[in-house]
Design a protein around this ligand. Structure first.
Ligand SMILES: *Cc1c(COP(=O)(O)O)cnc(C)c1O
Length: 354
């Protein structure tokens, strides 16, 4: 049934994109973790990513990994675990990214209780200033981790271009490679995973500049929207429209382009400004900021302009649309990452898996 508003998910396109990424990674001996958080880990979609050839599924939220428990593939928890939730972390994640000894100790104790060994990837901050142990503290931290019997240190990793916007490079990922060598020599262990980041690291593969030791990546956006995120470029042979957003016109009228009366604040406390384009044909769609960051929606019909939105209403200028629009018609949009994230999370948006 075509319920509005809805996000349409094209499973073939997602599987195709995953295959392209898998081939790209395979050429450089890199394991691929498929990140499911932007679509809230809908199991049918995650299954296509698995069919596309990923080596593991990864998500930042334990609730999402729980949804994936029946898919038989290793699961990686991306966000540092909360101490209060280690029971579920050990139960639903095979591997977690970590940076705090206190948490690693809790995970170890819990794993012993559950008769398991929980796998740890130690996160290293290479300068983006989100999670991770500072480089100079890595060796001391590893020494401590190795004392805990319920966990196994299987690798190190980093995350870039998320908070600080730092772009992965031969140089900074080179530091991670060197650290891996140092740890292996110093402690006589082998690290299975050297995880070189998210969709922003892919440009190094294309340029052939990925340091050799890096053998694992964790892309989400690149698989789902076919885009690398260091420079925002489209990845060759991938689809950007595996997800499409559809909303319905609930009002269609000709109105002036400047409000009548003294201008105070809009619904969000901002003072709006307007350009006078005369009388325009305007459509209101039944969706709003409660469901989507409208700045990240792109009308597929290039003649449509997004004018603004309040909590539940999205206002469009449709004057230049060729086709004869009517109340009840659907308007389609391509989505950027921020829109997809919110649309997936909103319970008011129907998910149409195709
Ligand atoms: C979200 C996230 C990813 C995936 O990021 P994309 O930009 O979607 O590729 C990878 N690693 C970590 C730690 C994350 O939080």
């Amino acid at each position: 049934m075509n319920i509005c508003p809805r996000i349409e998910v094209n499973l073939n396109k997602i599987r195709h994109n995953t295959k392209v990424l898998k081939e790209l990674c395979e050429k450089s001996n890199i394991m691929l973790a498929g990140v499911t958080k932007v679509f809230c880990a809908i199991p049918e979609v995650a299954k296509e990513i698995v069919k596309g050839g990923v080596d593991m599924l990864a998500d930042s939220r334990i609730e999402n990994l729980k949804k994936l428990k029946d898919i038989n593939i290793p699961k990686l928890l991306l966000r540092l675990p909360m101490n209060s939730r280690v029971e579920d972390v050990v139960r639903y994640a095979d591997i977690s990214l970590n940076s705090e000894l206190k948490t690693i100790e809790s995970l170890s104790n819990e794993a012993i209780k559950q008769n398991k060994v929980h796998n740890i990837v130690l996160m290293v901050d290479l300068g983006d200033l989100r999670e991770g142990v500072w480089r100079s503290d890595v060796v001391d931290t590893v020494k401590e981790i190795l004392k805990f019997k319920g966990v196994k240190l299987i690798g190190i990793g980093t995350n870039l271009t998320c908070y600080g916007g730092v772009i992965p490079s031969k140089e900074n990922l080179g530091w991670l490679s060197e650290l891996a060598n140092t740890i292996e020599k110093e402690f006589g262990i082998t690290l299975e995973i050297i995880s070189g980041g998210n969709s922003s690291s892919l440009h190094l593969l294309e340029k052939g500049e990925m340091p050799e030791k890096i053998n694992h990546l964790r892309p989400g956006e690149a698989i789902l929207l076919g885009r690398e995120t260091a420079y925002g470029k489209v990845i060759k042979d991938t689809y950007q429209d595996a997800f499409t957003f559809v909303a319905e016109i609930i009002e269609l009228k000709e109105k002036p382009s400047i409000p009548i009366g003294e201008i105070g604040m809009d619904a969000f406390g901002n003072k709006p400004t307007f350009a006078d384009k005369g009388i325009r044909k305007r459509a209101i769609l039944a969706v709003g900021r409660q469901d989507v960051s409208v700045e990240n929606l792109i009308p597929i019909d290039k003649n449509i302009e997004i004018l603004g939105a309040s909590s539940d209403h999205l206002i469009l200028d449709v004057t230049d649309v060729q086709k004869d629009l009517k109340v009840g018609d659907e308007i389609r949009f391509n989505v950027e990452y921020g829109a997809l994230l919110q649309l997936s999370t909103s319970e008011y948006i129907h998910k149409s898996i195709q």
